[in-house]
Structures are given as C-alpha cells and as structure tokens.
Design a protein around this ligand. Structure first.
Ligand code: SF4
Length: 280
C-alpha cells in the first residue's frame, strides 16, 4: 500500500533563516525557503512551537538557508528544541541540516527525530550548490556521521533529472548505508531562476532511477515533495502501479482518487511508529 503525505494542520515547515541563503543553487535561488514560515531566533522558536503545539501541530520540519559551507545554522536553536522536547515528549522534529560537523550531529541525536539529508553527491548536484571549501566526498562523510552518530531516522534525499547528471552512483552509495528510507526529488525548471531554460526531466529516465533505488533499498523508497507539475500525474501513477515507492509527498490528486491512497498530514519521512496521529 502506497501512502500519501501532505503538510496541512499537524505539521509545520519552518525556515530559521527566513528567505536568506548564502548558496545560490540555480533551481532555487532562495525561492523555496522564502515560502516557509520564518522563525529566526531561539526565543521566537520556543514561542512559535509552543503555540502551534497547543493548536494541534505535532511535527515541525526545521529548514532554512545554508552558509557558504553548506551548513544550516542550527546550533543556537538546539537548547530550545531540547527544552521543547522535554516539555512535550510527543513532539516530532525533523531537520534539513546540510553538511554539519560531528559534534553538532551528536547533539542532534537526542533532540531531532528525523534527518532529511540532501545528498548532493552526484557531480551536477554538487556543482549546482557552489559551496566553498567543500568536496563531493564531504556529502559522503556527513552521511556516514549521521548514520553512525546522529538521530535514529536518516533519510537521504537525491535529486533526479538535473541536466547532464548521473545519479546512479549516488543511489548505490546512499543505499549502501542502509538508511531508514531513500527519498527521490525531481528537478523542477523554476520560473524566475536560471533553471527555467531547462527541460522538464523525462518520466522514463526518472522511473529508471527510482527502480534502481527500489531494488537496492528493498522497496524503502519515497517520492519527495519536489516534482514538476507537468510529469506528476504520470510519474505518480507509474510509481504506484509498479509499486516503486512506499510513500509519495503531495501526490497527484488524480492518483489519490484512482488508487484511494491513505493520506497523512506530515512530511513523507515520518517514521511508521508515529503515523497514526497524523492520519487524515
Ligand atoms: S515532504 Fe518528504 S521530500 Fe518533502 S521535505 Fe518532507 S521528507 Fe523531504
């Protein structure tokens, strides 16, 4: 059974840097984080989470822009998140951390439940980030540290369809760490960014890579929230029909209807043990 996910009333998405990011990925240029709720100091974080929690929000995706080294500046927020977790043990935090160092990863362990880790290890994914003082290998090292020292649920996110990219190696490498789940995103040529001149990725090519992930991960694969509208109906339908994924974020409404997908109000990386509360 494929599960559908959408963030609605029980899951909030926060940017700790508002709309600012020191990187300039050609498919984003800070566009995506600008649409998230900006919670930009530890004090506001405490107030915001507490208030939302009282209103029934139990999950928080903590994201934001990165510095030039590809790190989310999360450290000052960790004491507050720890306190919130102590006050409300059923709260769920997941995080888009970027390339954090070992001691911050160790600190995340008791605070954060899920790590949505953008695994920009393929040549074009790495190149498109324009990082300073980093190499592709850093994505590997950080994945290894997250698995060895970080929170229980690590979900590498791999973007498919970047122009002239080859992601097969990324998929093989990420799967070899046996993460809880492997998530696929699909490149969106986005209006108002330099990516708008590129073509929408071919469904067939995308499916081939998802099939590879499915095989190597024994099915523990999800389709993430970033997918071009133009291919969503077709890609989601094939993914459900062929049983290529276990979960789909923001599934095509047609596919939800046709296959009667059970829906959850959360990020698609939510571990099974928490699913019940988030059922729509
Ligand atoms: S919905 Fe899925 S793909 Fe999107 S941020 Fe959450 S975990 Fe990642």
């Amino acid at each position: 059974m494929v599960l559908g996910f959408i963030t609605f009333r029980k899951f909030a998405v926060i940017s700790i840097t508002g709309g600012s990011c020191s990187l300039n990925c050609f498919y984003c240029t800070s566009k995506y984080i600008s649409s998230m709720e900006g919670v930009m100091t530890p004090e506001t974080m405490h107030k915001y989470v507490k208030k939302r929690y009282e209103m029934g929000v139990k999950g928080f995706l903590i994201s934001g822009g990165f510095n030039k080294r590809g790190e989310l500046p999360i450290r000052p927020y960790l004491p507050v998140l720890k306190r919130l977790k102590k006050e409300n043990p059923d709260i769920i935090f997941n995080i888009h951390p970027g390339l954090l160092d070992k001691s911050t990863i160790e600190e995340l362990k008791d605070v954060v439940d899920i790590v949505d880790y953008e695994f920009a290890y393929s040549p074009k994914a790495f190149q498109s980030k324009g990082l300073s003082g980093r190499s592709r290998e850093d994505y590997l090292k950080v994945l290894e540290m997250l698995i060895d020292y970080g929170p229980k649920y690590i979900v590498p996110h791999i973007m498919l369809g970047l122009p002239n990219d080859d992601v097969a190696e990324s998929i093989k490498v990420a799967s070899s760490f046996k993460p809880y789940l492997l998530n696929f995103l699909v490149f969106i040529p986005t209006k108002g960014t330099p990516s708008q001149v590129f073509k929408v990725p071919e469904v067939e090519e995308t499916v081939k890579m998802i099939e590879l992930g499915n095989r190597l991960m024994q099915g523990r694969v999800s389709l993430g929230c970033m997918r071009p509208h133009a291919i969503k109906d077709k890609l989601d339908k094939i993914s459900v029909e062929k049983g290529l994924v276990q979960r789909i974020a923001n599934p095509s409404p047609r596919v939800v209807k046709e296959f009667n997908l059970p829906m959850y109000d959360a990020c698609c990386s939510l571990p099974e043990e928490y699913l019940e509360y988030f059922k729509l």
